[in-house]
Design a protein around this ligand. Structure first.
Ligand code: FES
Length: 123
């Protein structure tokens, strides 16, 4: 039997004016849990689960700010503003090249902007 995952409902997350520039971020909550809303270097908006895929720690504990990457405080995994896993602090400091591994990325929601609000839904 094949299971289908239907997307959840669209949810209003934060006013888009809260993230005017690349690398701005805001943390918020939606029905699935804590989320991290970011703008990447190109200005694209992302709504990411703010729960680390490693051992479920909260990745970003600040309410808002600017960041070019996010570091989980438990074991120092690093994530790009689009949710990509970049490696651990230790592996990057030692110059090791980390292969892309989407299973370690922060979970991404589908995102749109409606009437000045960032809207998101997770599958
Ligand atoms: S829980 Fe985030 S790196 Fe381990």
């Amino acid at each position: 039997m094949i299971e289908s995952t239907s997307p959840g409902p669209w949810e209003r997350i934060v006013e888009v004016s809260a993230l005017p520039q690349s690398f701005d971020f805001v943390t918020a909550r939606c029905s699935t849990g804590p989320v991290l809303v970011t703008r990447d270097a190109a200005g694209a908006l992302h709504v990411l689960s703010n729960t680390c895929p490693h051992q479920r720690a909260t990745v970003c504990r600040e309410s808002s700010g600017r960041a070019t990457r996010f570091e989980c405080p438990n074991h120092y995994w690093l994530f790009a503003p689009d949710g990509r896993f970049l490696g651990s602090r230790l592996s990057l400091a030692s110059g090791r090249c980390v292969a892309d591994d989407p299973t370690k990325d922060l979970t991404r929601a589908e995102v749109t902007v409606t009437d000045g609000w960032v809207m998101a839904r997770f599958s």
